[in-house]
Ligand binder design. Structure first.
Ligand code: ATP
Ligand code: MG
Length: 268
């Protein structure tokens, strides 16, 4: 549960999976803009050195940005004073973004020798929580130190899963990692839910795999009632730097993400 600090909720959600291309970045952008549209002050943090979230929100030349997540983390590492809102970009659709660029690849080396190397991002997020209702962190499919930092900084986790056989293995791997993080670094980390994405109702194994996931985890972990359909529109909007709500407002992906926003708001 998010702690209420002042007038904001300050809830931080890790969006991640141990599998590439399952809709993590698309979900971060779509959920984030959706929360902002509901009047929630929302910050998206791009914690993937591939920085697709930054690009998908319309930043054309990320390597020219003077201040990114890497800058903030390096300031914390070197104990340099800085304004936590430095570098935050305001997107036209109401959401804020702390961008990334290729400099984020170097952060692993900077973190590795530190004492407290898992909690550098948490120190930063704690400074931002009083300013936001929701902070969503988009992550890479690897469990590197940056991803561990994101899990340490989060209150809860949303795991996008594509209903294909091999993706269920990635889910099991992430759940094991989350259990370890809960034991060792972040006792209060909760699993917000599993989100089925890129669901293709026409593929005849889809329902079978959804049932497999529901049978394996449904009793223990919430599986969001809303499934995100496979939609070419969802793939196209990121190339335009706009959300699915703007690009295809009447489409099924926009409706599904809007319903997910409702589910996340109801979780508190
Ligand atoms: P990575 O592991 O590389 O960071 P990811 O998990 O963040 O990937 P996305 O980048 O969100 O996944 O999505 C992978 C690709 O699928 C992208 O080209 C994206 O535009 C597309 N995509 C995302 N959601 C959908 C959807 N619902 N229907 C069809 N295509 C989608
Ligand atoms: Mg991504």
């Amino acid at each position: 549960m998010g702690k209420t600090i002042g007038k904001t909720i300050g809830k931080t959600i890790f969006i991640g999976a141990r599998k590439g291309g399952v809709g993590k970045t698309t979900t971060t952008a779509s959920l984030g803009v959706g929360l902002a549209r509901k009047g929630k002050k929302t910050l998206l943090i791009d914690a993937d050195s591939q920085h697709s979230l930054t690009v998908s929100l319309g930043v054309r030349e990320p390597d020219k940005l003077p201040f990114t997540l890497a800058t903030a983390m390096n300031h914390i590492i070197s104990e340099t004073d800085f304004d936590p809102t430095d570098g935050i970009i305001h997107h036209a659709e109401g959401v804020d973004l702390l961008p990334a660029n290729s400099s984020l690849t170097g952060i692993e080396l900077s973190l590795a020798p530190l004492i407290g190397r898992e909690t550098v991002l948490k120190q930063y997020v704690e400074q931002l929580k009083p300013r936001y209702d929701y902070i969503l962190i988009d992550t890479a499919p690897t469990l590197d130190l940056l991803t561990v930092n994101a899990l340490a900084a989060a209150d809860s986790v949303i795991i996008p899963v594509v209903p294909k056989y091999l993706d269920a293995i990635g889910l099991e791997l992430l759940l094991k990692s989350i259990a370890q993080i809960q034991r060792q670094i972040n006792l209060s980390l909760e699993i917000e839910g599993i989100l089925l994405t890129m669901v293709d109702r026409r593929a005849n194994f889809t329902q079978e795999i959804i049932s497999l996931v529901e049978n394996a985890y449904g009793g223990k972990i919430r599986i969001f009632g809303e499934h995100i359909p496979r939609s070419i529109r969802a793939a196209e909007c990121s190339a335009r730097g706009v959300s699915i709500y703007q690009y295809d407002p009447k489409g099924k992906a926009a409706a599904a993400y809007a319903a997910l926003v409702g589910e996340v708001l109801n979780c508190g």
